[in-house]
Ligand binder design. Structure first.
Ligand code: SF4
Ligand code: SF4
Length: 755
């Protein structure tokens, strides 16, 4: 037995070590196939990055949001990292059954640690197996977060871990028996029952059992190593190694997820100069190797856990997009195409092959065939990513928020959109109208600029306009950035008027732009039209800087960011001005209207007194919540309004469910599956609320459309209202005796045809 155990273990070890060495080198070379990133963008502040990595790993910060799963996975991960000394011990036991590790082998804390982590690895993996079995796609179908994951790989890894964990405990029991542990001993506090079970066996039997069990432990570990080495796209196994660099190289050193701003477009690791783009500049991604190396590392790290998929509004409403399946497809494609790329293969801008026949002569046929697949294409075209997948994303950020290994889905999706829009002009045709309107009129509706200030005539107080009523913005506390929807869309205008009136009541000095401002460019950028975003953004930044009395040619006129305060009612405008305009030289202190309103209430400048009776549920706008972490102010405002009873929908805050408008989806038809806004409203209606509230003009429109449709179908009560929190606050701040006028009617806006 001993000889057989030694031979089997050593042969497997030689094969396993050789293959894993080759696989690590392969993955390193695959990842390097990606494009460079801007200098320092992934390596700045190494200390903060290291702290982030330690925190995320030791705290399992994402997974612990999933209750027992996070707890169970923590022990399995810690066991994987810290139990290798038991493997060394097993090698020694092959040659001498009662061998112990030198120095630490009989050190009590070490023995107790091995016992405890060995047990918890077994308990943890059993818990994870049970959870998987209870959530199998065969039971839950599309609702299962494992739908589409490679099941055999997950089972394989789970059974390997279980076998190794059990082998560790059995070996401990055999060690106790061979070392004549006679009574309950702290060093065997877990395995003592096994010690008792083996007690009484002859020495030679114990030795044989130790050789056998050590072989099982080593052999199982090596079979795992060989299998994962032969499957470099086996994310469920490789994430154990790749998760660490992927988290360390994440977009934000401080640990923030890759939400908020989109990244500037780069080519060859440098930002594109839009004034004079290089002749060989690559616009967006049309080949998998055009992603950055961090993109390829992202794809390779995916564990296939499906947390992203379970939160995705597109997937949950029957669309073909699952962020997990998208990442898996890119990973499998990248790995399958890698031999061709590593041989020097690739296409130039005209689609001609760059490599010679000689270079490609040893490339496997499968890799050559993979290289011919279009990155974006239908099933008939053998595409890697279907256009319907690409255009279903609302950029809601739920996937990025949940991913335990910090994969940056949105950036990859937008990079692919950029190529489709800028080079192929291939995007849903309905969005073309919006783009044309933005180009010609500076707003998505194509209305004249004077229409932007029409709403000011519908309020009974004066709304100061910069350049007309105030010379520049240094005279006021805040610029109120009304935004296109707030100025031009009838339902959103109610929010605008309510907020402006609240500012007026609170005595806040503010002004608005006079109509020359343009759309911030949020939709254009998320659709993939980066040049249009750049154009709109640069014009707005120049205008804003001028309105703050700055002259770009005179640096001494520059003002500190803190003195340039902007308040926005639209979370998309808020996000773009606060997080993206700094990329264009526009640095402002931007807050959302709910933050300012909460502040004014706290200061006693707005006092809600009139009860607004009813059950309310609040919908978190993605660009306010997940993208900018503003969850509390709207809820605080609701809490301050007497009479309102707030009840949360099941999916709220970090797990809030999109309304369907983000990522320029507002401007596209929704032809596949259930409408996202209907899914959200169904969730709200399950609470039987009197009021559905939100804090975003786009959410307001989407939710109102759905509620009105359901009223028409008799699925929603007529009295239900969809309003912005500012409308509720205004109703409560105004007392019935207020001589200034009638309380604002917060009834449902007039129905408009659903788009
Ligand atoms: S951003 Fe939202 S819609 Fe897009 S893939 Fe992620 S979860 Fe799905
Ligand atoms: S992308 Fe992240 S959340 Fe989604 S399956 Fe992969 S590891 Fe899990």
């Amino acid at each position: 037995m001993q000889l057989a155990a030694i031979i089997v273990s050593l042969v497997l070890t030689v094969v396993g070590v050789a293959l894993i060495t080759r696989a690590v080198a392969q993955i390193y070379r695959f990842v390097r196939l990606g494009q460079p990133v801007p200098a320092g963008s992934r390596t700045d502040d190494p200390k903060a990055r290291t702290i982030t990595l330690v925190k995320e790993f030791l705290g399992h910060t994402r997974m612990n949001r999933w209750g027992i799963v996070g707890f169970a996975h923590w022990f399995v991960a810690i066991g994987f990292l810290t139990l290798p000394p038991t493997l060394l011990q097993a090698y020694g036991q092959l040659f001498q059954a009662d061998w112990v590790l030198p120095v630490i082998g009989t050190f009590l804390p070490f023995e107790m640690y091995i016992e405890f982590i060995g047990l918890m690895t077994v308990v943890g993996i059993v818990a994870l197996m049970v959870i998987r079995l209870l959530n199998l796609p065969s039971r839950a179908g599309r609702k299962s977060r494992f739908a589409g994951s490679k099941a055999w790989q997950a089972y394989f890894v789970e059974y390997i871990i279980l076998t190794i964990g059990l082998a560790i405990l059995v070996l401990r029991g055999l060690e106790g028996a061979i070392h004549h542990v006679e009574s309950y001993d702290a060093a065997y506090f877990v395995s003592y029952p096994l010690v008792l079970a083996f007690k009484g066996l002859s020495l030679s039997t114990l030795q044989t059992l130790i050789y056998f069990t050590a072989m099982i432990k080593i052999g199982t570990s090596l079979i795992w190593m060989i299998t994962v080495s032969l499957n470099t796209n086996m994310g469920v196994a490789w994430h154990r190694f790749l998760g660490f660099p992927n988290i360390w190289f994440k977009r934000n050193a401080d640990g923030e997820v890759a939400l908020g701003a989109l990244q500037p477009m780069t080519t060859g690791g440098k930002e594109i100069d839009w004034e004079d783009p290089a002749d060989d500049a690559v616009f967006g991604v049309s080949q998998v190797e055009q992603f950055s190396w961090k993109g390829i590392l992202d794809f390779s790290t995916c564990t296939e856990c499906g947390r992203c998929q379970s939160q995705c509004p597109a997937w949950n409403t029957g669309k073909p997009l699952s962020p997990k399946l998208l990442i898996m497809s890119l990973r499998d494609h990248a790995h399958a195409k890698a031999p061709y790329l590593l041989a020097g293969g690739g296409k130039d801008m005209e689609g001609n092959e760059k490599a010679t026949e000689e270079q490609l002569k040893d490339v496997p046929a499968a890799a050559l065939a993979e290289a011919e697949r279009p990155l974006i294409g239908t099933a008939e075209e053998n595409g890697v990513i279907d256009p319907d997948v690409l255009w279903s994303c609302t950029t809601c950020g739920a996937c990025v928020e949940q991913c335990p290994v910090d994969i940056e889905h949105i950036d990859h999706i937008v990079d692919m959109r950029r190529y489709q829009v800028m080079i192929e002009s291939a995007f849903p045709s309905e969005a073309g109208t919006m783009l044309k309107n933005l180009e010609k009129k500076g707003n998505p509706w194509g209305l004249a600029k004077k229409a932007r200030v029409e709403w000011t005539k519908e309020v009974d107080f004066e709304v100061p306009i910069v350049g007309k009523d105030v010379e520049d913005l240094t005279e006021v506390d805040y610029l109120y950035w009304v935004g296109c929807a707030g100025a031009l869309e009838d339902r959103a205008k109610k929010t605008t008027k309510a907020f402006a009136e609240l500012l007026h009541i609170a005595g806040v000095k503010f002004a608005i732009m006079g109509g020359d401002e343009k759309c911030t460019g949020d939709s254009a950028r998320r659709l993939g039209n980066e040049p249009l975003f750049q154009q709109l953004g640069q014009e707005n930044v120049a205008m804003l800087n001028m309105a703050y009395g700055e002259d770009d040619d005179e640096p001494e006129t520059k003002k500190p960011k803190s003195s340039k305060k902007i308040v926005a009612t639209c979370p998309h405008c808020f996000n773009t001005i606060a997080n993206e305009y700094p990329q264009l030289g526009g640095e402002y202190e931007v807050i959302h209207h709910t933050q300012l309103l909460q502040h004014l209430i706290d200061e006693g400048r707005l006092i809600p007194v009139t009860p607004v009776e009813g059950l309310i549920t609040y919908h978190d706008p993605c660009y306010l919540g997940r993208h900018n972490k503003i969850y509390t102010p709207p809820r605080e405002i609701i809490a301050k309004v007497p009479g309102l009873r707030n009840e949360e929908m099941h999916r709220h805050k970090e797990r809030g469910f999109c309304c369907g408008a983000g990522g320029a989806r507002m401007w596209m038809e929704e032809r596949i599956g259930k409408r996202v806004n209907n899914e959200r409203v169904d969730e709200a209606l399950a609470l039987n609320p009197d009021i559905v509230s939100t804090a975003c003009p786009f959410c307001l429109v989407m939710l109102t459309d759905s509620v009105n449709g359901k009223k028409n179908d008799g699925q929603a009560k007529e009295s239900i209202q969809v309003v912005d929190v500012s409308q509720l606050l205004l109703e409560s701040v105004k007392t019935p005796a207020d001589p200034a006028g009638e309380p604002e009617q917060v009834d449902a806006p007039e129905p408009e045809p659903a788009k």
